[in-house]
Design a protein around this ligand. Sequence first.
Ligand code: SF4
Length: 471
Amino acid sequence: MKVILKHPGEHPDYHVYEILNIFSRCDIKYEPFSDALSVVCEDGAGNELSRETIDMTDRKVMKRSLYEILSRLTGYESPWGAITGVRPCKTVNDIAAKNAKNGEPDFEEADRELKDFYLVSGQKRALAISTAKNQRKFLEDQRNNPQKIDLYVAIPFCPSRCLYCSFTSNSIIKYRKYVDSYLDHLEEELKCCARIAKENGFVFDSIYLGGGTPTSFDDERFERYMSMILNTIDMSTVGEFALEAGRPDSITEGKLRTAKTAGVNRLSINPQTMNEKTLRRIGRAHNTLQVYEAFELARKEGFYNINTDIIAGLPGESIDDFATTLEKIGGLSPEGLTVHTLSVKRAADLKLDLETQSELRPDDLAVMTTMGYDFAISRGMLPFYLYRQKNMLGNHENVGYCLPGHESPYNIHIMEEDKTILAAGAGSVTKYVTGGDIFRIYDVKSIEEYDSRWQEMIDRKNELFGVARAK
Ligand code: SF4
């Protein structure tokens, strides 16, 4: 039986495409320039067996109908059903708030809609609802304190580039000649952020130092970077001060001490896997021993809010390999664990995709994500944020778990899109949340372009926030 999607126009509408993306592993043919959006089944000889036409008037209903038809015809059920966005908890929070009773969000109604309309599996519904409940106090705090904003600073360098990387990241060795000028320009952007905050009556709440890997700098430049932040930003209101020290091979005692002295109170050390063969295969250029050493150093320097990222579905990994990673992570006793599902971002990664798919059985990812959940819960952690990406293997998700009291408010608000984020550095995105609207401006991604266009990044921000250029 052949499943054919006939669509008006040359290409499927973006929202149709979002549903098709769920079925990317199924054999569905497309045919352009049809009168209406319809799904046709043909037998091997080209005889039409069935035809179902979908009303496109209401986008939400159209997506749900298309999902339901394709699911029935292909036999594939996504664990997230017809949900296509990257923020399932935002959907939950929106439904719960819309149906609030006596000011209390109705999570039961949210669960019902996820089940009956979006056809989300019981396991994912439970995950989304419990995550949304754990976010509540952070969302309330922001509603009551709209002057609070976050700052994100991007350092687009890493010791080497991971095979699956989808961030703005470049080898610090290859781009060595840009490092000092990058810091010079970043300092100007940070001054601009500080000025915007002051003139708009904003106060900085969370500061998130990401990238790339900020600890890719040598000790001296890392010290300069931290001083630059302390000297430009008003830290008096900052609660969370988070540093991505993702690559264990970039961590030194000196950098940890500098970060601790500067007030960093949340650290990410990201093994991704604790299997040596996989680390080599994905180009991480570090080994598991370095993960243990980095943890030991961080504990010695007094860091007691450490998050670890791991990935389910890495090339060549089996369920047993994933179990080994969890067991070894358990030995490190991190306060937080983020379980990612591998996402294949670009066509160029198709080879990786195929390689991975050939080694994983269809249900393996479901088993792995459940193992991640069970592991986190058994260690007393709770899910506090969750997001999805395009082309995630098995249509699963990324979940941040932590021990109570170790949540990252920054991660919650970035997903909920309820808070302004001023962002500086190549590849960063500034988000201005005001009066129910969200305005975004993007810093250029390439280091070379940032080097020549940094003033333009500042001008864009000044314009968005109505601040005059500094003389
Ligand atoms: S450490 Fe992160 S940002 Fe750097 S190359 Fe790997 S995935 Fe990309």
